[in-house]
Design a protein around this ligand. Structure first.
Ligand SMILES: [Ca+2]
Length: 150
């Protein structure tokens, strides 16, 4: 009976991991999958790349997702784009790129600073997990998010 149970769990596990697709990992909410893309791109190019993979640039809605996202990148040296920008609704009105209103925020001290000629896109810092606004043309790795089954 135990063997049957183990085999069943293994099969289910395989089925679930296949649902996210190669390179994607499940998040704390197992209805969502995340992809850490290590190739540095501008914000807009990263946006396109996520879209091409049936996802969007990731958003961080709560502490659980913040911790999970930082866990994906904390062994890295480069900061990573989040899908967070104020380029659409005007300076200082930050919004997740899926038109989701921003609620919990994890800005680093003194951020957003609106430096470098208008920093309208946000990264998660590899050394702390905190957020910083940067020039959207700068090149960083990025994280995509998609619904399981997409
Ligand atoms: Ca900044």
């Amino acid at each position: 009976m135990m063997k049957l149970y183990a085999a069943l769990m293994l099969l289910l596990g395989i089925a679930y991991s296949q649902d996210c697709g190669p390179g994607w990992v499940k998040g704390p909410n197992t209805n969502f999958c995340y992809y850490f893309a290590q190739t540095a791109k501008s914000y807009n190019d990263a946006f396109e790349a996520c879209y091409d993979m049936s996802g969007i640039m990731t958003h961080v809605l709560d502490q659980e997702e913040q911790d999970f996202t930082y866990g994906l990148i904390k062994t890295q040296t480069k900061d990573v784009w989040l899908g967070l920008t104020d380029m659409d609704d005007g300076e200082g009105t930050w919004r997740w790129n899926a038109f989701i209103c921003i609620e919990d925020t994890y800005w680093d001290a003194g951020q957003p600073s609106y430096g470098n000629g208008g920093s309208e896109c946000a990264v998660m810092k590899a050394n702390s997990g905190l957020w910083d606004d940067r020039n959207c043309e700068e090149m960083y790795p990025y994280i995509c998010k998609k619904k399981l089954g997409n």
